[in-house]
Design a binder for this molecule. Sequence first.
Ligand code: GRF
Length: 196
Amino acid sequence: MTRLGILLSGRGSNFEAIAASVREGRLPGCEIAVVISNVPGARGLQTAKALGLPAVCIPSKGVGREEHDRLVLRELSGRGVDLICLAGYMRLLSPVFVAAYPRRILNIHPSLLPSFPGLHAQRQALEHGVKISGCTVHFVDEQLDHGEIILQAAVPVLEGDTEESLSLRILQEEHRLYTEAIARVIGISGPGETVR
Ligand code: GRF
């Protein structure tokens, strides 16, 4: 059994997509061991509770980065987590965190990295005038939206796109891609295979 730990700070739609994949058998051998938010009141935390999943808030406000990371690490190891999925987790991880789970921390970002890391990736893409954007699932290191790329999906940028319309088009791909990347990392889908 692969025990997933989900870290989020807000809406949690990627978490919901992963939870649906687990429930519907697209990630055989996986279970969600815990959902952790650094933001009290994050919608994703409410969703986790509603789904009957362990949901824990570890507030980061006013806490040092490493101190907070150690609290999160303690929760993750206490829950026997094997693989961590950052899903809209608005925190940079400290070296201590990254070292604790080598090649076992994934993140999803709404651009084709290495283009447009950081906040408002979709707005950055529009401002730059790119014709193709998309999303990336990558292993996490100490740098922001950086680390070995696992999978990417491309979407067109259309005439008249707004930040909202582009974000929505990318988000639909994100929801599919994250499951596919998890499957790839834990070895339940080989290269070239698609889990939908
Ligand atoms: C997504 O666009 C993700 O790529 C980025 O933050 C957003 C989180 O959305 N890292 P949600 O909370 O999963 O709905």
